[in-house]
Design a protein around this ligand. Structure first.
Ligand SMILES: Cc1cc2nc3c(=O)[nH]c(=O)nc-3n(C[C@H](O)[C@H](O)[C@H](O)COP(=O)(O)OP(=O)(O)OC[C@H]3O[C@@H](n4cnc5c(N)ncnc54)[C@H](O)[C@@H]3O)c2cc1C
Length: 453
């Protein structure tokens, strides 16, 4: 019998697995997709938020704590994290007058911010429109690649003994003695404790132990532009009336410096509807264009993700002894993930004996694009596949693609983890060939999404 079974390898399940791997426990993660972070996590904006309203809510507290933990997490796990900072811009006289009050409100609630004059903002973001009034700078805001962050947590967990099963969907849970029998498409698992991190489907999993809740999907669309350096900070206009359901998006940037505008919030019926509609893209363009003197050059992609919404706040509870819900983890779940993991370990400590391991292993991930000439020579001497560049646009070698396939045997894991073929396509055929040679077929993200077979 396992000590803990985690349902779902999104960012929350993966960070909990990573944290549990530091203890003398037998842990298993089951995930219906072919790799980690390929559902809600993949579709998010990748922002490490400086704050979340309303202050005092669980999601707000975990956001602040998760943000503060992020440098250490990035260092321990080896993912890219840049504190690029967020500029809140007053676009009219009334919002300008509100700045001191907003700053005081942030300060009282533990959020750092500094005043910016109009001149300073024009220097920091030369493309911003000239008639702005001033603003606030929130230096703790940052950016990550969400799938990389998740996969790095998984890699750490694996290196420290956690077992993983991908393409493995939970179909039922039964109580057995003090523990549970978890039925999956890959057979039954027995575990003393179950942690429900199933994202959009966490309500179905909770119902399996008799806890009634409902998750509704809230779609958010993004537009990605080519022009790196259009802005080196996140830019958001100060809203006078914050929206209760969403932070309202912004003129954001990705971890690679490319502008990302969005997301919006659209109610959809299906938990699989990640379609991008023309009117959604037009709406985003109309909302954020007025902040700037011109639009960034070259749209390279559109994508949408689905928030798992269960009311206004996160639902983290233990309705049945040994069964923990980590549900309704809408935004800012990416930011909060390290803090959520700590909270769950604390909850587990009342059910399981938690004893730290003496030795923790720290796995490595090497990127050709970040190597010096000397490092690249050494890497090629060790493994000639570092010398074969498959994606020239993003400088990704065959060695990295084969390594990514160990994390998830599908095209989306390779793309999101290595960035090969993400915003270019010349290398797709070569990537497909590598996946096919290793796996026999090429899936996009899970069983049934075959591109080539
Ligand atoms: C448009 C959008 C933008 C966002 N932007 C941000 C942002 O900038 N910053 C931020 O902090 N947060 C953001 N978020 C929120 C963030 O993405 C989520 O809070 C976070 O990804 C939730 O992670 P999770 O692990 O709980 O869920 P998921 O990532 O959805 O993971 C759940 C996993 O469970 C698996 N699963 C489901 N059912 C089963 C089953 N029956 N058996 C096995 N496995 C199953 C799924 O396949 C999935 O991989 C955004 C969300 C959206 C949608």
């Amino acid at each position: 019998m396992k000590d803990v079974l985690i349902v779902g390898a999104g960012v929350t399940g993966s960070f909990i697995a990573k944290e549990l791997s530091k203890y003398k426990l037998d842990v298993v993660v089951v995930e219906r997709k072919s790799g980690a972070g390929l559902d809600q996590t993949k579709g998010c904006s990748g922002i490490i938020h400086p704050l979340q309203l309303p202050f005092g809510s669980l999601k707000s507290k975990l956001c602040l704590k998760g943000n503060a933990m992020m440098d250490e997490e990035a260092d321990e796990l080896g993912f890219t994290f840049k504190r690029v900072g967020l500029i809140l811009v007053a676009t009219n006289f009334i919002t300008f007058l509100a700045i001191p009050l907003i700053q005081l409100y942030f300060k009282v609630n533990g959020v750092k911010s500094g005043r910016l004059s109009r001149k300073k903002i024009l220097e920091m973001v030369p493309n911003i429109r000239r008639d702005i009034w001033g603003g606030l700078f929130l230096p703790t805001a940052g950016v990550v690649n969400p799938v990389e962050m998740t996969a790095c947590a998984m890699r750490f967990a694996k290196a420290n003994g956690v077992e993983f099963h991908y393409d493995c969907e939970v179909t039922g849970i039964e109580r057995k003695g003090e523990g549970f029998v978890v039925k999956t498409t890959k057979g039954d698992f027995e575990a003393k404790c179950v942690i429900n991190c199933a994202g959009l489907y966490a309500d179905d999993i909770a119902k399996m132990v008799g806890y009634d809740m409902e998750i509704t999907p809230g779609k958010g669309t993004h537009v990605v532009f080519e022009e790196r350096g259009f802005s080196n900070h996140l830019v958001v206009a100060i809203p006078l009336k914050p929206n209760k359901r969403t932070k309202g998006g912004g003129a954001l940037i990705g971890f690679d410096g490319k502008p990302i505008w969005g997301p919006n919030l659209i109610d959809v019926d299906s938990k699989e509807d990640t379609s991008v509609k023309k009117r959604e893209v037009m709406g985003i363009m109309e909302k954020f264009s007025p902040l700037f003197r011109r639009k960034p050059e070259g749209v390279v992609a559109f994508y949408a993700g689905l928030r798992s919404i269960a009311g206004r706040d996160f639902v983290i509870n233990q309705p049945v002894e040994g069964f923990i819900n980590v549900a309704g983890i809408q935004s800012p779940g990416l930011t909060a993930a390290p803090a959520i993991a700590e909270m769950v370990i604390e909850m587990l400590s009342s059910v399981l004996k938690l004893e730290r391991k003496e030795e923790i292993r720290k796995p490595e991930w090497r990127r050709t694009a970040e190597m010096s000439d000397e490092e690249l020579k050494e890497a090629i001497a060790e493994n000639k596949d570092f010398g074969e560049i498959i994606c020239v646009c993003n400088m990704v070698s065959k060695a990295e693609i084969l390594k990514a396939l160990e994390e998830g045997a599908c095209f989306d894991t390779v793309r999101h983890l290595t960035w090969a073929g993400m915003d270019c396509c010349k290398c797709h055929a070569d990537i497909f060939k590598l996946i096919e040679e290793r796996e026999g077929k090429v899936k996009k993200e899970m069983e049934g999404s075959e591109i080539i077979w």
